[in-house]
Design a protein around this ligand. Sequence first.
Ligand code: ATP
Ligand code: SF4
Ligand code: MG
Length: 347
Amino acid sequence: MTSALQLENLTIAFGRGRNRVVAVQGVDLRVEPGEVVGLVGESGSGKSTIARAVVGLVQPAAGRVLVAGHNIRNSRRGRISRSELASLAQMVFQDPYSSLDPRMSVARTIDEALRYGRRGLSRAERQREVMRLLETVTLDGAYADRMPSQLSGGQRQRVAIARSLAVRPKLLIADEVTAALDVSVQAQILNLLRTIQRAEGLSMLFISHNLSMVRYLSDRIAVMYMGEIVEVGPSEELVRSPTHPYTKVLLAAVPKLAGDEVDEMWLPVGETADPRHPPQGCRFHPRCPVGPGIRSGRELCQTLDPREDASLRPHSAACHFPLKSDEPAPARAATHFDRADLSRRKS
Ligand SMILES: Nc1ncnc2c1ncn2[C@@H]1O[C@H](COP(=O)(O)OP(=O)(O)OP(=O)(O)O)[C@@H](O)[C@H]1O
Ligand code: SF4
Ligand SMILES: [Mg+2]
C-alpha cells in the first residue's frame, strides 16, 4: 500500500557559510492512509520546516518527499502540477488572522479554492459545495457573506479548515492550528479535526509542541529534537514507556501525563545548543539527564551518532542507552536554573 506521506532521509538547510542551519537532518517518516501522526518537539526543532517541505514551500537539500507516492520535487519540472500537489496535500497554518485574505468573504475564500482545485464544477455546484463545507466545519450558512474581520479566531480557523478540505486532499498538515486560539476554543477545533479526520478517512500530520494535544489526536507520535526524529511509536505506548530521554523530558514537563506533578528529576540539564553548531555524537548529550555529564560510562554519547542503529531499537530510539520501563530517575536534584528553563518552555 502506498503511504500517504513518506519522508526519506529528508534534509533541509537555510543560510550559507557560518550562518548555515540544518533545520531538518536525515528524517525518515511515514504517514499511512487514514493515519494521524503527531510531530512534537520544542521550538526550533524543525517541525514547521518539515510541514512546509511537504506542501512544496521549501526545497530539500537532500532526500525525498513522497505524497501518495509522488515525488513533490517533480512539481518544479512539471511532472506533477501545483494544483495536483494541492489536491494531494493541504496545510492549515497556525495563525488564522494572517492566513485568510482580509478582502475576501468566507464564501469567496472557499470558492477560490474550489475554482483552483476542482475545475470541472459549475457555479451552482460550487455554491452548494461552499455550503456543504461550512456545515462540515460547523459554521452556519449565514457566515458565507461575512468578512474575516467579522469572525472570531476559532471561526477563522474553521474557514481555513473548510478551504483546505475544498480540494478533497488525501493528506492534511495541521501546524500548531490551535496555538493562536483561546484555550476554550482549542478543544473545539481539536474535536472538529478529529471528527473530520474520522469521517473522511483523512491522513494527517498533526504538529504541536503540546504533547497532550498530540496524544489526543494521533495514532503514532514522532518526537523531534534539533532537526532529527529521536523516537517514534504508537501514541499510548510512547507516552506510557518512552525510550528516548528527550521524550521522557517532554513527558515529565506535562503534569497530567506524568502523574500529579512535574517530575523534576527528568528536567534537561542546560540550554539548547546553537543550531548552527549542533553537538557531535548525540545532539541531546549536553542536556541529557542520563547522559555522559550525569552517568559514568556514557562517553560514547559525545562521539557516536546514535541514529545509525536507531532502527534496531524499540521506537527507533536515537539513543545508545534506550530507557527501560524500570529506569531509575537521574540521581540529581533540579537546580533553580532548570526550574526557570522549564517555566519558559511551558509558557
Ligand atoms: N526561512 C528560514 N531561514 C532561516 N532559518 C530558518 C528559516 N525557517 C526556519 N529556520 C530555522 O530552522 C530551525 C527550525 O525552525 P522551525 O520553524 O521548523 O521549528 P519549529 O519546530 O516549527 O518551531 P516552533 O515550535 O517555534 O514553531 C530553527 O533554527 C529556525 O530558526
Ligand atoms: S545517546 Fe546518550 S546522551 Fe543521547 S539521549 Fe541517549 S543517553 Fe542521552
Ligand atoms: Mg513551527
